[in-house]
Design a protein around this ligand. Structure first.
Ligand code: ZN
Ligand code: ZN
Length: 215
């Protein structure tokens, strides 16, 4: 479940288009043939009639609107697993500049969380073996839990390390927008922090985010 948001000024009549705070996108080698909306399947309480944000059409990215990511992936011949393995999943997060009120997208490679299974299996296994070998039940349980925690930490660390080194060019290309593209301020925040920012129309610091639907 994801929310659908809108930026609305308390001082003038400015309101933005509707948008999700974040979504996944698929990286294609070729330019996508059709434009996908990020709001397909969303339940909206208000019409999507506000001012559109400046769009930067990315040469490789197709948005995967929530909750039908699967369907869009399949249309392009991918599954979540394959897209993740090939470094094609991109998390796009809507950010806002606290200094000038510009809304922009921040993108980074995203990998499906993996490695839960070995940790889940190893804990009980170690517990069972210790108990079988004559350890007291409390020691077997503690040993099992500790093993679980150790393995999950190790697997996560290894996955992160591996992912960080994979697809370096793609990661670098996506990591371009870290500051505000308009005023270059580094004072940026995720869009759903509730602090008001300057309105693009009246310039008063009265532009706030409201929830207007779910997807
Ligand atoms: Zn305003
Ligand atoms: Zn700015």
């Amino acid at each position: 479940m994801s929310t659908v948001l809108r930026a609305k000024c308390a001082h003038c009549d400015y309101q933005s288009e509707l948008f999700p705070p974040a979504y996944l996108a698929l990286w294609l080698d070729e330019a996508p043939s059709e434009l996908e909306t990020t709001l397909a399947g969303a339940v909206l309480n208000v019409p999507n009639a506000g001012v559109e944000f400046e769009k930067v059409q990315h040469a490789h990215l197709v948005p995967l609107p929530h909750p039908s990511e699967q369907g869009t992936l399949e249309r392009y011949g991918y599954t979540h697993e394959r897209a993740s393995r090939e470094g094609r999943l991109v998390r796009v997060e809507r950010m806002k500049c606290m200094a000038c009120g510009t809304f922009f997208e921040r993108k980074q490679l995203y990998f499906l969380p993996g490695g839960c299974e070995p940790s889940l299996a190893s804990g009980p296994l170690v517990g069972l073996i210790s108990w079988f070998l004559g350890a007291p039940i409390w020691a077997a349980v503690v040993g099992g839990v500790l093993t679980f925690l150790l393995v999950i930490t190790l697997v996560e660390w290894m996955t992160k390390r591996r992912n960080a080194g994979l697809f370096p060019e793609r990661a670098a290309e996506l990591a371009g927008d870290v500051d505000c593209p308009k005023c270059q301020s580094a004072n940026i925040a995720p869009v759903d922090n509730r602090v008001a920012v300057p309105c693009p129309k009246c310039r008063e610091a009265t532009l706030a985010i409201e929830t207007v639907g779910i997807s």
